[in-house]
Design a binder for this molecule. Structure first.
Ligand code: GDP
Ligand code: MG
Length: 180
């Protein structure tokens, strides 16, 4: 498999689950608490180094706050190499909506083999003590949509505390560019 220079990764999930904070944590290693909804999507490129010294460039697309509108538009999804579905472990509705987000992703990005498309799930805000979605529930969702070779991995993270954020994106990098 020949790997591309830059891999497009889209972050989706309900507004407020912490997508922008996860990305900020990955890029800047810090948590910024100001919630700013702007118009239009944007991407940031981040080099991820894997254990074996391999470097992978991830171009991470964020929604910029228009999740409340019907659709993010095809340009946001087009050509994606991986998709990150984010929910808030303290908000059940955001977990229930993952199904819808996944469907919308597949509709817009229309990958050749939907069940083998690289996808991960991140349950964010585990630093709060009001969890309502269990690991087992997240696992059940992931198992439902995993393909034969592409097993969807579930991460539980905190953008605020910097827990599991790098690990999740490193997993994506490994998943999309398997070693030859
Ligand atoms: P987005 O709409 O999905 O991009 O969500 P944001 O990244 O803008 O975050 C929405 C709100 O959740 C903000 O007030 C953040 O400060 C808060 N937030 C994001 N991540 C975390 C987290 O890991 N823990 C806690 N406690 N709050 C978070
Ligand atoms: Mg955002």
């Amino acid at each position: 498999m020949k790997s591309k220079d830059i891999l497009k990764v889209v972050l989706i999930g309900d507004g407020g689950v912490g997508k922008t904070c996860l990305r900020n944590q990955l890029i800047h290693r810090r948590f910024t608490n100001n919630y700013k909804a702007t118009i239009g999507a944007d991407f940031i490129t981040k080099e991820v180094r894997l254990d074996n010294g391999r470097k992978v460039m991830l171009q991470i697309w964020d929604t910029a706050g228009q999740e409340r509108f019907a659709s993010l538009g095809v340009a946001f999804y087009r050509g994606a190499d991986a998709c990150v579905l984010v929910y808030d472990v303290n908000n059940y509705l955001t977990f229930e909506h993952l199904d819808r987000w996944r469907t919308e992703f597949l509709r817009q990005a229309s990958p050749n083999d939907p069940l083998e498309f690289p996808l991960i799930v991140i349950g964010n805000k585990i630093d709060l003590s009001s969890r309502v979605v269990s690991r087992r529930q997240a696992r059940a969702f992931a198992d439902t949509y995993s393909g034969k070779t592409m097993k969807i991995k579930c991460f539980e993270a905190s953008a605020k505390e910097g827990i599991n954020v790098e690990a999740a994106f490193e997993h994506i990098a490994r998943m999309v560019t398997p070693e030859v």
